[in-house]
Design a protein around this ligand. Structure first.
Ligand code: C2O
Ligand code: CU
Ligand code: CU
Length: 532
C-alpha cells in the first residue's frame, strides 16, 4: 500500500467513525446530531436525498439559530487619506452548530472575518499578523491591487516567531513580494467602483483547507455614485457568505486532507475531482440560520465562498431576486431573476422586496440543485410592516462605468482550456494541458489593453482572474445568460465554453488566473498572467 492509499484509508475511517456516530445518535448534542453530521456520498457529490432520520421532516433542526452579521472593523488609524487596519489571524472557537463549539482559524478569531468597509479612491492598508501554526497569504478577491499586495500564493506570511524551511524560502524567492515574517501590510488603493469584494487565504497548495477553517471575510467598497441611489442601507444591506462544510463528531471541521498533518497538500481520492463538498450549509458561519426581516426592500450581497459547491438560489414562496450588481460593481440597470446560479468565488448583489409577503411569512432561500437539507440555505421571517424609503432604481450606474473601455480596435485573442477530465480519473487538473509552474507565464497582456479570451472547460470550472475584470460576450456560443451581466472576476465556464472580453486596467505585474474550485486550484489549476 502506498503512503497515498494509507492516507486515504485514514481519512475514510475518520469519515466512517463520524457518520456511524451520527447514525447511532446520542453521541452528539441533540441539535448537532440533527443537522451536522451527514456523510457525503463516496463519489464526493455531497449527495441529494440523503436520509434525514426516522420520521423527521426535512427541515427539522434547521433555522434554529439566528443569522450573525460580521461586525465592521474599525480602523486603527485614519490619517492623510489612508485607513489603516490591523487583523490578527488566530485560532479560536465559534458556535456554528446549535450546541457545540467549533475550532476555527479566523481573521480576528471569527468566521467570517470582520468586514472592511472601504471608499473608492481612499487607500486602505491592512496589516495581518499571523498567529496561526501555518504560513498564510491574504488575497483581496475582486480587488484591483498592485501585485506586491495581491497575495501571490508563495508570498507567505510566516507564523510569528517562525523561520522558513528551505523549500518555503526558495518558493518565496520565485514569488512577487517575497517572504514576510510574522506580519505583512497589504495596500489597497480602492481605485475601482463600489462592489462586494472579499478577502481570503491563498496559500499555495493549501487555499482549500485554510479557507475551510475560516479564513474569509467581506470587503465592501462604497462610492458616491452608489450613495446617491435609493438603495437599502444599514441593517437592510446584508452581506451573506454561503459555504458548505463537514463536521466531525466532536464538532470540529472535517477536511478530507490526504495528509491530515497538512505538510503535503491534496485531498483524498473521493474529492479529487469534485473538490470538497460538505453536508452542512452555513451562512455567515451559522448552520442554516434564520433572520428576521422588516416587510421592506433588502439588499443581499450573496457570496459563494464554498470550496467547490455551486448553488442555484431561489426564494420560496417565490419572489424576485433583482440583481443590481455583479462581482465587481453595480449594473447599468437592474435585472430580475427567479433563480441565480452562484459558483465558488462569485457574488451577486440583489434586492429582495419582503414587503411583497404578508407579515408572518417564512421565506426560505433554497438551493434548487439539491433536495433535502442541501436544498435549503437559510430562512427569512417577515416580522413587521415598516416605512421604507428604499426602492428599486430604474437606472443604477452609467453604462461606461467600470474598467477602461477598449483602448484600441486591436484585440489579442487567447485560449485557455481548463481540464480535469471525467470523474474517476486521477489526472492532475491542468490549464492548456500544463500544471501550474511558478516560473511559466502563459499570457503577457499590455496594461490598458483589452483582449478576447475563449475559455473552455472539461467538465465545468469557475474561472477567476486576479486584478483584471471581464465581461461575458458569449456562453456556449450563444448570447450570454441574463446573470452574466456586468463586470466580473469569476465566471462559470460550462463544457461549451465562454468568450470574454478582458480589460487590463490597473497595474503591471504577475497575477493569477485559476479555477476557484479551491481543490482544483490547490492541485495546480492555475497559471500566471504577466501584465506589462
Ligand atoms: Cu478568490 Cu485567486 O482567488
Ligand atoms: Cu482573486
Ligand atoms: Cu476547476
Amino acid at each position: 500500500m502506498t503512503g497515498y492509499d494509507q492516507q486515504c484509508m485514514v481519512a475514510r475511517r475518520a469519515v466512517m467513525r463520524w457518520s456511524l456516530a451520527a447514525a447511532m445518535g446520542g453521541v452528539l448534542p441533540a441539535g448537532a446530531a440533527l443537522i451536522s453530521v451527514r456523510r457525503a456520498r463516496s463519489d464526493g457529490s455531497g449527495g441529494s436525498g440523503i436520509p434525514t432520520g426516522a420520521g423527521r421532516p426535512d427541515d427539522a433542526g434547521l433555522f434554529v439559530a439566528p443569522l450573525r452579521v460580521p461586525k465592521v472593523l474599525r480602523p486603527a488609524a485614519t490619517r492623510d487619506g489612508v485607513d489603516r487596519y490591523e487583523i490578527r489571524q488566530i485560532p479560536a472557537r465559534q458556535r456554528m452548530l446549535p450546541e457545540v463549539d467549533t475550532p476555527i482559524w479566523g481573521y480576528d478569531g471569527v468566521f467570517p472575518g470582520p468586514t472592511i468597509e472601504a471608499r473608492r479612491g481612499r487607500r486602505v492598508v491592512v496589516t495581518h499578523r499571523n498567529e496561526l501554526p501555518v504560513p498564510t497569504v491574504v488575497h483581496l478577491h475582486g480587488g484591483v491591487t498592485p501585485a506586491e499586495s495581491d497575495g501571490y500564493p508563495v508570498d507567505v506570511v510566516l507564523p510569528l516567531g517562525q523561520t522558513a524551511d528551505r523549500a518555503t524560502a526558495d518558493r518565496a524567492r520565485a514569488g512577487v513580494a517575497g517572504l514576510a515574517r510574522g506580519s505583512r501590510a497589504y495596500v489597497y488603493p480602492n481605485d475601482q467602483p463600489a462592489a462586494t469584494l472579499w478577502y481570503h487565504d491563498h496559500r499555495m497548495g493549501f487555499t482549500g483547507p485554510q479557507v475551510y477553517r475560516g479564513l474569509a471575510g467581506f470587503y465592501l467598497l462604497r462610492d458616491d455614485i452608489e450613495d446617491q441611489l435609493p438603495l437599502p442601507r444599514g441593517d437592510r444591506d446584508l452581506p451573506l457568505m454561503i459555504v458548505d462544510r463537514m463536521f466531525a463528531e466532536d464538532g470540529s471541521l472535517f477536511y478530507p486532507a490526504r495528509d491530515p498533518s497538512m505538510r503535503e497538500p491534496g485531498v483524498v481520492r473521493a474529492y479529487h475531482h469534485s473538490g470538497v463538498l460538505g453536508d452542512t450549509i452555513l451562512v455567515n458561519g451559522v448552520a442554516w440560520p434564520f433572520h428576521e426581516v422588516d416587510a421592506a426592500l433588502y439588499r443581499l450581497r450573496l457570496l459563494n465562498a464554498s470550496n467547490a459547491r455551486q448553488y442555484r438560489l431561489r426564494l420560496d414562496p417565490p419572489g424576485g431576486l433583482i440583481q443590481i450588481g455583479s462581482d465587481v460593481g453595480l449594473l447599468p440597470r437592474p435585472v430580475r431573476h427567479d433563480e441565480l446560479l452562484i459558483t465558488p468565488g462569485e457574488r451577486y448583489d440583489v434586492l429582495v422586496d419582503f414587503a411583497e409577503y404578508p407579515v408572518g411569512t417564512r421565506v426560505v432561500l433554497r438551493n434548487t440543485l439539491e433536495q433535502g437539507r442541501l436544498g435549503q440555505v437559510m430562512r427569512f421571517e417577515v416580522a413587521r410592516r415598516v416605512r421604507d424609503e428604499a426602492r428599486v432604481p430604474d437606472l443604477l450606474v452609467p453604462a461606461e462605468q467600470g474598467p477602461a473601455q477598449p483602448s484600441t480596435g486591436r484585440h489579442q485573442d487567447r485560449r485557455f482550456a481548463f481540464f480535469i477530465g471525467p470523474e474517476g480519473t486521477l489526472l492532475p487538473p491542468m490549464i492548456n494541458q500544463l500544471p501550474f509552474d511558478l516560473a511559466r507565464v502563459d499570457a503577457r497582456p499590455k496594461l490598458g489593453s483589452t483582449e478576447i479570451w475563449d475559455i473552455t472547460a472539461d467538465p465545468t470550472h469557475p474561472v477567476h482572474l486576479h486584478m483584471a475584470h471581464f465581461r461575458v460576450i458569449s456562453r456556449d456560443s450563444q448570447r450570454p445568460a441574463a446573470q452574466d451581466a456586468g463586470w466580473k472576476d469569476t465566471v462559470f465556464v460550462p463544457s461549451g465554453g465562454v468568450r470574454v472580453e478582458v480589460s487590463f486596467a490597473g497595474y503591471r505585474g504577475r497575477y493569477l488566473l485559476h479555477c476557484h474550485n479551491l481543490e482544483h486550484g490547490d492541485a495546480g489549476m492555475m497559471t500566471n498572467v504577466e501584465v506589462g
